[in-house]
Design a protein around this ligand. Structure first.
Ligand SMILES: C[S@@+](CC[C@H](N)C(=O)[O-])C[C@H]1O[C@@H](n2cnc3c(N)ncnc32)[C@H](O)[C@@H]1O
Length: 212
């Protein structure tokens, strides 16, 4: 994605940031909520873990994990969304989170990372860039990566698409292949909907099994 496209996308999210948390209405809402809960449950950080949330938005996942983790880092390309996330942290008195600018392929966080999470954000990248993003995530060396997102379990050309413009879903197979290629073992595949799921990837040798 070019810098200009990233900038435009970040700006689009900034324009809706103030009402983003109310916007998940209608058919999508239970699916989105179920996906978010699974991401939080599977992340399961230890008290001294550093968690990195990519495409953190208004901090839904980052803030939900802050109580259990040592430190949580939220990264996003939208200044408006980051501002909302910071305001929510402050209102809730949560001090072990930090929010700032960062892109999937350049998260701008140099410290050690134990767990990477991402919810409903990777679909903004075309498949080739999803691959690059997952390579960057693997290079950060987390023991676990939990990805919740739009992804196709069945046909990649469904008769009733759940999402419209701006959602570039990958197939589950493609994502599992890339995760495996970069050295993760996929230890759980949660199907929330035929077009939404959560994948849990662990460093091989950290209790995960190797994907066949
Ligand atoms: C649909 S929102 C999801 C936010 C949050 N994870 C949640 O579950 O509520 C997608 C977020 O991804 C961010 N985003 C899109 N492309 C990104 C990229 N390349 N790198 C980092 N964040 C990105 C957007 O700015 C937006 O805040």
């Amino acid at each position: 994605m070019t810098d200009k496209r990233l900038e435009d996308l970040g700006e689009r999210f900034s324009q809706i940031a103030h009402h983003y948390d109310d916007k998940h209405g209608g058919e999508e809402k239970p699916i989105y909520n179920a996906c978010a809960s699974l991401v939080v449950d599977h992340a399961d950080p230890r008290p001294d873990d550093v968690v990195l949330d990519l495409g953190t938005g208004t901090g839904l996942i980052a803030l939900a994990l802050a109580g259990d983790a040592g430190h949580v880092v939220g990264r996003d390309i939208s200044d408006g969304m980051i501002k909302q996330a910071r305001a929510k942290a402050e209102e809730s008195g949560i001090e072990n989170v930090e929010f700032g600018y960062g892109e999937f392929r350049d998260p701008r966080y140099d410290g050690p990372v134990d767990i990477v999470v991402s919810n409903f954000a990777l679909h903004h990248l075309p498949d080739e860039e999803k691959r690059e993003a997952i390579e960057v995530i693997a290079e950060l060396g987390p023991r676990r990566f939990v990805l919740g997102d739009a992804m196709f379990f069945g046909s990649s050309d469904p008769e009733e698409p759940l999402f419209g413009h701006g959602v570039d879903s990958a197939t589950v197979g493609m994502l599992v292949d890339v995760l495996t290629d970069v050295g993760f073992a996929v230890t759980a595949v949660e199907r929330v909907h035929d077009q939404v799921g959560v994948l849990v990837a662990e460093r091989a040798g950290d209790g995960g099994f190797t994907h066949p």
